[in-house]
Design a protein around this ligand. Structure first.
Ligand SMILES: NC(=O)c1ccc[n+]([C@@H]2O[C@H](COP(=O)([O-])OP(=O)(O)OC[C@H]3O[C@@H](n4cnc5c(N)ncnc54)[C@H](OP(=O)(O)O)[C@@H]3O)[C@@H](O)[C@H]2O)c1
Length: 150
C-alpha cells in the first residue's frame, strides 16, 4: 500500500489480540552549559531537579529560598553538588514572593552566564484550623517580569 501500486480494495482485519509495537517517545530536555538556571526553593523536588541539571551538564545554578544561603542543610547540599559535579552554585536567602528581594538577588547574578531557565518549587505547608494547606509561592509572575526587563 505504501508504494501506491495496489489496485482494487484492501481489507484490513484487526483482531482484538493484535499488538501494535510502539516505542514511547521520551521527552528530550536540553540542558545547556554556558547558561545559568535559577531554582526557587531548595526542598525535595528542587534538590532532585538541581541534581539532574548538574548531572546533565548545567554549569551554573542559583538557589533562592528564605534560607538557601544560611540553612545548614542547604549549605551542605550545595557543597555536595559542587564537589560531585563541579557545578558553579550561588545561593541567596530570598523570599521569592517579594519582588524587590527577588530583584536584588537576581542583580547579584550579573557576573554569571545568562539566565536561561527557571524552576519554581517554593512552597509552604501550613495547618489552617483542621486542614493542611499548601501554598505555592507565586514566583512565576515576578520572574517573568524581571527577566523580560533585564
Ligand atoms: N516533592 C515532590 O516529589 C513534588 C513533585 C511534584 C511537584 N511538587 C511541587 O513542588 C513544590 C515544592 O515541593 P517540595 O516537596 O520540594 O517542598 P519542600 O521540600 O517543602 O520545599 C519547599 C521549598 O520552598 C522554599 N520556600 C518556601 N517559601 C518560600 C519563599 N517565600 N521564598 C522562597 N522560597 C520559599 C523552602 O525554603 P525556605 O523555607 O528556606 O524558604 C523550601 O526549600 C510544591 O508545590 C509541590 O506540590 C513536588
Amino acid at each position: 500500500m505504501q508504494t501506491g501500486k495496489h489496485m482494487g480494495k484492501v481489507i484490513v482485519k484487526v483482531d482484538k489480540a493484535d499488538m501494535v509495537p510502539a516505542i514511547p517517545r521520551t521527552p528530550q530536555a536540553g540542558v545547556r552549559s554556558g547558561v545559568t538556571y535559577i531554582i526557587a526553593g531548595i526542598g525535595g523536588i528542587c534538590r532532585e531537579i538541581a541534581r539532574w541539571l548538574a548531572e546533565k551538564g548545567a554549569e551554573s545554578l542559583v538557589f533562592l529560598s528564605r534560607s538557601a544561603a544560611t540553612g545548614a542543610e542547604n549549605v551542605r547540599f550545595a557543597a555536595e553538588l559542587r564537589i560531585t559535579f563541579a557545578v558553579k552554585i550561588l545561593a541567596f536567602d530570598c523570599d521569592v514572593g517579594d519582588r524587590a528581594a527577588l530583584e536584588i538577588a537576581l542583580g547579584k547574578c550579573s557576573g554569571l552566564p545568562p539566565i536561561k531557565g527557571c524552576v519554581t518549587g517554593a512552597m509552604v505547608l501550613d495547618v489552617c484550623s483542621s486542614a493542611l494547606v499548601s501554598t505555592s509561592i507565586s514566583t512565576d509572575k515576578h520572574l517573568r517580569i524581571l527577566f523580560l526587563t533585564r
